[in-house]
Write a protein that binds this ligand. Structure first.
Ligand code: NAP
Length: 261
């Protein structure tokens, strides 16, 4: 979806540029970068499995990306490669859609401890204020992530999270449960959720996971992964071009693509 989004934005803003998807095998990044630069590349995104490997090839690393330990966006500036992570800030920005939510006053439960959770936890920790609890199938990974975040939160199991769910104002699913082939599953049961809690699922395919369906039925405010996805792309676009893209246009492109599937 990223080429569709960025190329439409370039066209809309009359920017003479092209965003291409290139497949690079793990371990091949170092060999491929000179050819990218030789073709006049001004920036790029990196995704799995390169988000950590890219760091050793950069000239500069943004402090948040350093704390997250992963890079998804690279800016090429005077032949220097500068690495950023826009996933966490993209998620934080997406919370502004909930106009009554003050994240800095909220008790937040993050479900999962993988790459996306890491970006979100470190961003929320650096933003300050929010009280964080991390729940994960593998408790040791939640404990490690909490320690790394240097916040005074808690790391708990999914069962514990289920039983104390009523404590949380914001619940964020960062696991892949809810995506194919686990579309008929939720990471935890919502019987104890607060009626006015904010439930976010960063999955955007499907647009509505079973978790969001159940949360909506309980009266919670819900958000899927599209707002995060378009905001991480918008922040990358701003780094490369200095321009703020049209979030509505980006949103429409994502929905058109998803509804075609
Ligand atoms: P990851 O690093 O592989 O982490 C996966 C997480 O899911 C781990 O915490 C893992 O727990 C948990 N998990 C997986 N299967 C499970 C199961 N059957 N039961 C319980 N827990 C399970 O993946 P990631 O890169 O963080 O991505 C996670 C999701 O976020 C994906 O669906 C991805 O599409 C989405 N995402 C969305 C955006 C966006 O912009 N909206 C951006 C990035 C990622 P263990 O630690 O116990 O293995």
């Amino acid at each position: 979806m990223s080429p569709n989004i960025h190329n439409a934005l370039f066209e809309n803003l009359n920017i003479d540029a092209k965003y291409e998807a290139i497949q690079i095998a793990k371990g091949q990044l170092r060999e491929e970068i000179p050819s990218l630069l030789g073709r006049g590349c001004r920036g790029f995104n990196v995704t799995i499995p390169h988000k950590v490997d890219i760091i050793s090839l950069l000239d500069e690393l943004d402090p948040l990306a350093e704390r997250i330990g992963a890079v998804n966006t690279v800016l090429v500036n005077n032949h220097k490669l500068i690495g950023y992570n826009t996933d966490g800030p993209g998620f934080l920005e997406s919370l502004k859609q909930f106009d009554k939510l003050n994240i800095n006053d909220a008790k937040v439960l993050i479900i999962g401890s993988g790459g996306a959770a890491r970006a979100i936890v470190m961003t929320l920790a650096m933003n300050g204020g929010a009280k964080l609890t991390i729940a994960n199938r593998t408790l040791s990974k939640a404990q490690e992530l909490l320690m790394h975040s240097k916040t005074s939160g808690r790391a708990i199991t999914l069962d514990e999270a289920e039983s104390c769910l009523a404590q949380y104002d914001v619940i964020i699913n960062t696991t892949s449960i809810g995506m194919s082939p686990q579309r008929d599953k939720t990471p935890l049961k919502l019987q104890n959720v607060k009626k006015d809690a904010y439930v976010c699922d960063i999955i955007y395919n499907p647009l509505q996971t079973l978790l969001l369906e159940e949360a909506k039925a309980k009266g919670c405010y819900v958000q899927n992964g599209v707002p995060m996805f378009i905001r991480q792309a918008a922040l990358a676009f701003k780094l490369w071009t200095g321009r703020n893209p049209d979030l509505n246009q980006m949103n429409n492109i994502v929905y058109q693509n998803m509804l075609k599937k």
